[in-house]
Design a protein around this ligand. Structure first.
Ligand SMILES: [Zn+2]
Length: 413
């Protein structure tokens, strides 16, 4: 913002100064010359070209787009061949592009710019030697804070405040092992410090990362601070105020947060399809058909198949003690023998087998017996290296103070 304002001010000043030094005897009309504000994008001054900007549509190709803009098929073939090792021009998705054409009478394309996303772009320059270069717009990281009190669901609370959906997603990932987002209480509340990405100084392109957060669930506080404890792999992770990892060996649920539990583990329930009383040795999560189902822990797929009762289902063995199973999938995504990581998509919600509507029935085995995972004390993930703990505790002093100073934002409905 500041930079563009400064630029604008400079242009205005330049125009004003120009006016002052113009001889007074000239007729006023000669001053009214359009001021050309130089528009620089992707490192090119657009004013020097005829600019064609659009988005690639279904059926468009690089060849067709450039042919329509005065390039011959042989010239197009030359360009495509010359850059094929650095960029495949035959594989363009439906993204924005720019063609810079010469301003002379030939009006020939000279540069083609393709934007696979809002940050990265590819410049194919064929003014002289044909070259393709992958570039990125400079990204500015800006720190921001947010807070909220939950009325209904986490995603709704976050949406009501005009915050990005990704915040809800990231927050639920941080606490996936700690807080059951299917059991949030009215009045649960959160505070977060996060970073956002901007390009061209003012254009918001999305959430970067959650740096620290505080989640109050059932009046219990849960802090999370991002920290690189694994200095070998340099992967940041989240830990609480006592340097304990927030990860557990098992996720709380086989789906992300935006669903509801429709039936819990019980010795006796009325089966909605069979219409009789029987034990329900699983937890049903109702969700839209097609919602990704994730493995709650690392493990090996031992079964991936179909039965009349289970429909499409996947069973995963996590270790000698624990196995989990996921039923009624519309589609399976993992094969027997495959190793799946915690959080990996193994199938999609459906209603195959004995199911009254789309849901996933999550079953949990401990030593060969089906149990309620929510009543188990489940194993913790690897703790932080003891040598790193003092470093961490020093590191979180400021972030914690920062979090504690954020006040809660109530949503007024
Ligand atoms: Zn079930």
């Amino acid at each position: 913002m500041k930079k563009s304002l400064a630029l604008l001010a400079a242009i205005v000043c330049f125009a004003a100064c120009k006016k002052e030094i113009t001889p007074l005897e000239l007729p006023v009309s000669s001053f009214i010359e359009p001021i050309e504000i130089p528009r620089v994008e992707f490192g090119f001054t657009f004013n020097d070209f005829d600019v064609v900007q659009d988005t690639i549509r279904k059926g468009d190709s690089f060849g067709q787009l450039l042919f329509n803009n005065n390039l011959s098929y042989s010239e197009i073939a030359n360009i495509t061949a010359a850059v094929k090792d650095s960029f495949d021009l035959r594989k363009l998705d439906l993204n924005p592009y720019t063609i810079l054409k010469s301003k002379d009478s030939l009006n020939k394309p000279q540069v083609f710019i393709y934007q696979p996303n809002r940050i990265d772009y590819v410049v194919v320059d064929f003014r002289d030697t044909i070259v393709a270069q992958r570039k990125s717009k400079p990204v500015t990281i800006v720190k921001n804070t947010a807070s909220g009190v939950i009325n209904s669901t986490l995603s709704e609370t976050i949406e009501e405040q005009g915050l990005s959906y990704n915040i809800a997603n990231d927050l639920s990932s941080i606490y996936a092992w700690t807080i059951d987002f299917f059991k949030l209480q009215k009045g649960d509340r959160f505070k977060i410090v996060y970073t956002e990405k901007y390009i061209d100084d003012t254009t918001y392109v999305g959430i970067d990362q959650i740096k620290s957060s505080y989640f109050e669930h059932n009046n219990k506080p849960f802090y999370a601070f991002q920290f690189v404890a694994d200095t070998i792999n340099n992967i940041p992770d989240y830990f609480d105020e006592e340097a304990k990892t927030l990860r557990k060996a098992f996720l709380k649920a086989p789906l992300k947060f935006s669903t509801r539990i429709s039936s819990r583990f019980t010795r006796r329930r009325f089966h909605p399809v069979q219409r009789r009383w029987k034990a329900h040795k699983g937890t049903d999560y109702a969700a839209q058909r097609g919602t990704p189902i994730i493995s709650t822990a690392n493990g090996t797929v031992t079964k991936s198949g179909y039965t009349r009762g289970n429909g499409n289902y996947v069973k995963i063995r996590h270790n000698a003690t624990y196995s989990t199973q996921y039923l009624h999938m519309s589609k399976r995504k993992s094969k027997v023998g495959e190793f799946v990581k915690q959080g990996e998509v193994i199938g999609y919600v459906g209603s195959t087998g004995l199911a009254s509507g789309p849901h996933v029935c999550y079953r949990f085995w401990k030593n060969g017996r089906q149990v309620d995972p929510y009543k188990q004390k489940l194993p913790e993930a690897k703790p932080m290296d003891p040598n790193m703990v003092p470093v961490y505790l020093e590191f979180i002093k400021n972030p914690k103070r920062e979090l504690d100073n954020i006040s809660f934002q109530e949503t007024n409905l």
